[in-house]
Design a protein around this ligand. Sequence first.
Ligand SMILES: Nc1ncnc2c1ncn2[C@@H]1O[C@H](COP(=O)(O)OP(=O)(O)OP(=O)(O)O)[C@@H](O)[C@H]1O
Ligand SMILES: [Mg+2]
Length: 580
Amino acid sequence: MGKKIIIDFIGNNKFKYIIGIIFMLCTSYIQTLFPKVLGNTIDILKNNNFNVFSIYKNIFFIIAIALGTFICTYVWRNLVNGSARNLECHLREKLFDHFQKLAPEFYSKRKTGDLIAYAINDISAVRMTFGPATAMAINGIVVCIISIYSMIMAINWKLTLLSLIPIPIVILFMLKIGVIVRIRFKKVQETFAKISDRVQENIYGIRVIKSYVQEEAELENFEALNDEMMKANIDMVKISSFLSPLIELCFTVSFVLNLIIGGNLVLKGSITLGDFVAFNGYLTMIMNPVMSIGKIITVFQRGMASLSRLDDILSTNIEIKDCSNAIFDPIKGDITFNNLNFAYPGSIEKSLKNISLHIPRGHTLGIVGKTGSGKSTLVNLLLKLYTVENDQIFIDENEINKFSLETLRASFGYVPQDNFLFSASIKDNMIFFKNIYSNEEIINAAKNCCVYDSIMNFKDGFNTILGERGVNLSGGQKQRLCIARALIKNPSILILDDSLSAVDTITEAQIIENIKKLRKDKTSIIIAHRISAVKCADEIIVMNDGYIGEMGTHNELLARKGLYYDIYKEQYDEEKKSIS
Ligand SMILES: Nc1ncnc2c1ncn2[C@@H]1O[C@H](COP(=O)(O)OP(=O)(O)OP(=O)(O)O)[C@@H](O)[C@H]1O
Ligand SMILES: [Mg+2]
């Protein structure tokens, strides 16, 4: 998947890459002209009555080489490294798009810090591989080939071969070390993910940490992780700092051999001093690419490790896909559950058992029941957050799986139990950054959720910027703002999952009343623990251990004196106690 994205990207940008590589080859070629011109200049200078014009010509060549190298390098770096930056942006976009489509199950198994590491470190490692590192590798190979050829031409193949003996040894060392680098780099990435997870959890949970006076303990935990990261990094430094001196040592042997043999050849007059200087110039030119081999191998290995990590993520199946002839018609709001059974992926125990229920369009369904009885699961399935088997849920008499996912979800106004506010303005949180609502609609939605006055008490009103996850709002204000977000959509089906739990009973009654008035011909599902939130519903179900325990209107259920009555009595008794 990741590889395909990269191949497609390179295919779409092939002209940039081709022109970039042509300019890079030109750079490599022009660079290798320098030792030749230098050697030639020395040979001219050696003659007592040399031709000044030839010297000027060579100086001009040297300046031209420098200028040529400058221009060609500038062009290829812009094209190749620029494309690599574009690739990075493209990959990150694809990854983000994939993150958005992944099912909730995926996020229950992965940690946020780790996912951030994918989006930042791994993608950056891939960029380095498919940009600077590839360019350096091609440049190095070309420089080496031309230099070796020129060395053979300048002196002979025997001395060239002798001077190059250390190179295979160096490469062998690097390949061996490369394996260790790969292992150690993986460790560095893992510790990075752990640290970013820790920092994140600590920032999110700072209030809990402070109230339990856990700062010291958290600091100790963090220090241990930080030490682990330092050790992993030092292990990397140890291995990489070993490489450069080793290569330099090998090349010193080369230069010594070359000085002894080449020097003798000059003394004997078999080669000119200029040729000898050029030969040494080429040997120095080879040194750079060979020294970079280690770096290039490391970058390639990191890039490949990151690409395979990205591949894993990108090939994770995205959530439920639309069927071939999906329905795109807006949903009206008639819901039928037909003997629905459901177990969460990986769980043996069913969370919903034999659920059969019809909610006609325009009805309000109340759902009560003990914690863990399956209330949220039931609405999660309506939104198809999990795969639903065929013929178990029907909407407007169509099988739920026939609807396009987008149409389905667009028809719902859903306030989840663990609602979420973004650190944006109150208005943007309500309209979800969609500028399709008038100010009047926004104000009305806020008023209907009894949160208008609270908003107006803020200095900036609807433009008040919320802290992360809405920290500057009270629990009840947060809940009401989230209801307003769902109400403003005027959805065919409204779902409030325990969304009034932090609101006082008087305000709760007011909100319910407003919702009833507003949504006369539209379906609503209200999940609550308090009877007061559901008592006006057209129908109420009591969930009990995954089953529908009881079903009926408030009065019918009270008369039955079963589960519902017990909950009612308990809450009523408590109220009475608190009054007396
Ligand atoms: N993502 C999940 N993976 C596995 N099991 C889950 C998952 N979410 C919920 N469950 C299990 O499914 C059962 C029903 O959970 P559900 O969230 O529907 O309860 P609930 O009635 O909404 O409870 P509450 O009133 O506390 O919100 C529980 O036993 C719970 O442990
Ligand atoms: Mg729940």
